[in-house]
Ligand binder design. Structure first.
Ligand SMILES: NC(=O)c1ccc[n+]([C@@H]2O[C@H](COP(=O)([O-])OP(=O)(O)OC[C@H]3O[C@@H](n4cnc5c(N)ncnc54)[C@H](OP(=O)(O)O)[C@@H]3O)[C@@H](O)[C@H]2O)c1
Length: 342
């Protein structure tokens, strides 16, 4: 997706900018302070996603350091790999690209990046959902904090929500398959595989993290609903308040029973406005084959956006994996470069 953002124009800085989504809403202010030198860039995490970003970094960036948990031989990557975050931040980055597993470590490093007034591009829905204050702080200091890859992988979900909101169509309801790992696992359960073997296959394919519980238990999808709600309505939901059902607790025989009825099991995430309240839930449903979400295969994501005005919009694509997720981060990167580099 390109050209989703309006052309830069000068505006006054907001005293307390609202936290509105993953896009790069600060071009106007950033345009006034365009960088005259290449952006010094560090990448935190060089696994499935980070590795895909590193091999495709565009020209106006200088990659100064990479952070990993384990050391790498010299020359393995186009910049030195450190296992010590101090060494990475010592290279005084302008931009931090973050592709670490969610959790306290990533949260602390993102807080450090924001405190050091770096631009941030992150794939991390866990931290983005729980720490809107970091995003607010970054934007208040005129920095970009973008996280398109945190929802939808390669499917431009947040981008489309932002476009519908900006167009005045508004968003009334969002219903989607937002977790590629759970979709992949459910497809295999329906083919007769065990949960253990389906999860192992998802891990081998690079979709599932070492601990897949956030995928299976719906927490990952709940975090994504939080980010969509923020983008659509500017509201702050607590991920813990989202009602969830876990694939791990599916009754035995549920997959076979769905198959016999020509239905497909899907982890369905729902977000809707009911009066002044927002309802958010993630549950396992046996969908008719005609349902758009039932047609999502393997690690695919599919989201049906119902605007307040106008026709439904369906966004679908690969929800996980190196290439689509890295491409989404690179989309943020190109928008950042367009906004801040001369
Ligand atoms: N994979 C996907 O399809 C996908 C899709 C959308 C979003 N995401 C998000 O992208 C992020 C990264 O996912 P991934 O699949 O790329 O994970 P991954 O393959 O496990 O890579 C994680 C990277 O982080 C490094 N790392 C882990 N713990 C660390 C620590 N304590 N200190 C320093 N480095 C550490 C690892 O180092 P080593 O290499 O030395 O182990 C590795 O390079 C996650 O937030 C995930 O939710 C992933």
């Amino acid at each position: 997706m390109t050209a989703l953002l309006p052309a830069p124009k000068p505006v006054q800085p907001l005293a307390q900018p609202p936290v509105m989504g993953a896009r790069v809403p600060l071009e106007a202010r950033l345009a006034a302070r365009r960088a005259t030198r290449p952006l010094r860039t560090v990448v935190l995490g060089c696994g499935v996603v980070g590795g895909g970003v590193i091999t495709n970094l565009p020209d106006p960036l200088i990659l100064t350091a990479i952070l990993a948990r384990t050391s790498r031989p010299e020359g393995a990557f186009p910049a030195p790999v450190f296992t010590d975050a101090d060494a990475v931040f010592a290279s005084r980055p302008d931009l931090v690209i973050e592709a670490l597993p969610g959790g306290a470590e990533a949260e602390a490093l993102l807080a450090r990046a924001v405190a050091q007034r770096c631009h941030v591009i992150s794939a991390n829905k866990d931290v983005a959902a729980r720490r809107p204050d970091l995003i607010r702080e970054a934007r208040a200091s005129g920095r970009v904090f973008a996280h398109s890859a945190a929802v939808g992988g390669g499917a431009p979900v947040l981008e489309t929500v932002a476009r519908l909101s900006a167009s005045g169509a508004g968003i009334a309801r969002v219903r989607g398959v937002l977790n590629g790992t759970s979709n992949f696992v459910l497809d295999r359960l329906m083919a007769g595989e065990s949960l253990e073997s389906a999860v192992a296959a998802a891990q081998a394919a690079g979709f599932a993290e070492a601990d897949p519980s956030a995928d299976l238990d719906g927490l990952d999808a709940a975090n994504k609903l939080v980010l969509i709600a923020r983008e659509a309505w500017g509201v702050s939901l607590d991920p813990a308040s989202v009602t969830r059902e876990s694939i791990s607790h599916l009754p035995s025989g549920a997959a076979q029973s769905a198959r016999r009825q020509s239905r497909r099991l899907r982890q369905v995430a729902l977000l809707e406005r009911v009066g002044s309240r927002v309802r958010a839930r993630v549950r396992i449903e046996a969908l008719a084959e005609t349902d758009a979400l039932a047609r999502t295969r393997d690690e695919g994501n599919c989201v049906v956006l119902s605007p307040e005005r106008g026709a439904q919009v369906i966004v679908a694509g690969k929800g996980a994996g190196r290439a689509p997720t890295a491409a989404s981060m690179l989309g943020d990167l190109h928008r950042l470069i367009a906004a801040v580099c001369s």
